[in-house]
Design a protein around this ligand. Sequence first.
Ligand SMILES: Cc1cc2nc3c(=O)[nH]c(=O)nc-3n(C[C@H](O)[C@H](O)[C@H](O)COP(=O)(O)OP(=O)(O)OC[C@H]3O[C@@H](n4cnc5c(N)ncnc54)[C@H](O)[C@@H]3O)c2cc1C
Length: 497
Amino acid sequence: MTYIFSPGLKITVVGGGLGGLAAAALLAKDGHEVAVYEKNETIGGRASVFSRDGFLFDMGPTWYLMPDVFDNFFAHFGKKSSDFYRLFRLDPSFRIFYDDGDVVDIVADMEKNFMLFDKLERSGGEKLRKFLQKCEKLYESISKTLYKDLDSPLSLFQREILLQGLQFNIFESMESFIYKRFESDKARKILLYSIGFVGTPPAKAPAFYSILSYLKLAQGVYYPEGGIRRVVEAVYDLAKSHGVEFYLGYEINKIKVIDGRARRIISDGNSWETDAVVVNADYAYAETKLLEPRYWTYGPSYWEKRTYTPSALVAYIGVDHKLDSLITHNIFLERDWAEKFYQIFDPRYAKWPEYASYYVHVPSKINVSAAPHGCEALFILVPIGAGLDDSDEKRHKLFTKVVKDLENKTGESIENSIGVKYFFSIRDFTTRYNAYRGSALGLAHTLSQTAFWRPRHKSRKVKNLYYTGQYTHPGIGLPMVLISAEIVARKIERELR
Ligand SMILES: Cc1cc2nc3c(=O)[nH]c(=O)nc-3n(C[C@H](O)[C@H](O)[C@H](O)COP(=O)(O)OP(=O)(O)OC[C@H]3O[C@@H](n4cnc5c(N)ncnc54)[C@H](O)[C@@H]3O)c2cc1C
């Protein structure tokens, strides 16, 4: 779109995570003069890259789901994801290792998954078919509301949202929804674990998050050739090609508000004028640290009362041989996982776990650039309660236990073959990303923190201050963050142009 009579605004984006990059690209395409300030020397935020001695890791996201959302985003620029990267559908999609030694694969062929469920419980295949049909309908209706700006209470009365409300009981938990439909522990775990990995215990997540299982099983799990970093690079390239300026290594310390409007941003004594600000940094941190108290929409007590996703111990490991028992995505589930959830999700009882469920991603199974020839790159993620004390000793102790467990369950020799070893945990989330309480993903997806109840995309106190990224609707994950950026860019066009 070209604006002849309405020149663009000077817009500052604080943070170069995917949410910031996407908002910057869209706003620049709309004709605004956009500058991104990122505290780290590299872009991508949680979706950054770590490399050492020939091993290359995506530091955060490793699952590429909802491919249509990525294409919808690129369509704003007249592009498709295939203009930037080749996308592979993984088959098997993922492998589950149970505590009793059983190993199952979820594959691309749904008939085989139905047969697997038949083995797990009586009529399991038929139950799975019905469950997925229900989730598909739910997804069709939810996918429309994902793109809606839900800042106004009136948005509650939009047609799709009311229709959705009629389809299921919004007060039912995902746990109860799945427990009612499946009886075996193993079938239930396959359908429940996803929500744990986006930081919300199944008993606290609303039933409609069951669509996560539908997305993984029925829509499939994808992988961009070269890794998730290709998504970040694609959005960065789009932003650059539309004239966005990048200031890397600039931490914004203050947003100066004059007459109810954000007028300047300040970083270590330097200051720049602006017509509007889009904050991509963690909302809880940014609001309380960058603004004077009178401009807070949500003060510290609001943030203290929220439910946060856990932090994590992420170990990036280079191993000097191939590990045949693992595939790209591997999930190791503890027998009594639900009893241990309080150690991870409840701040009152949170502690570094003795044993835990964990996730192992092996990018070198699909990406030759991830590890030197004949070697394997391993990304091991163990969820840990947010805000806990973090020490090298605790990291090593937990890591050693997890690697032993991994060796036992796979029969592979790992501990003595590790070359590269790099840990990222609570204190790194805090220092590298200014993450509130070191939480990996910010606000959990409980009912009271979903849709209209997530923090607004726009400040109530500062007229030209907006927020994008995983703290806002629709929430956590790369597809959600792209949508959040679209909502903000549309809102700015509508309100400030
Ligand atoms: C370990 C892990 C695994 C994950 N796995 C998946 C997955 O498999 N699939 C998936 O879809 N999603 C996954 N996610 C979630 C996904 O990565 C995030 O939801 C998404 O990347 C968040 O993007 P964002 O732009 O909202 O925030 P961020 O990426 O955190 O970006 C915010 C940026 O703001 C910067 N910043 C902070 N303070 C300032 C300041 N004062 N001045 C300037 N800059 C500042 C930060 O450095 C950061 O770069 C995972 C996340 C993690 C951590």
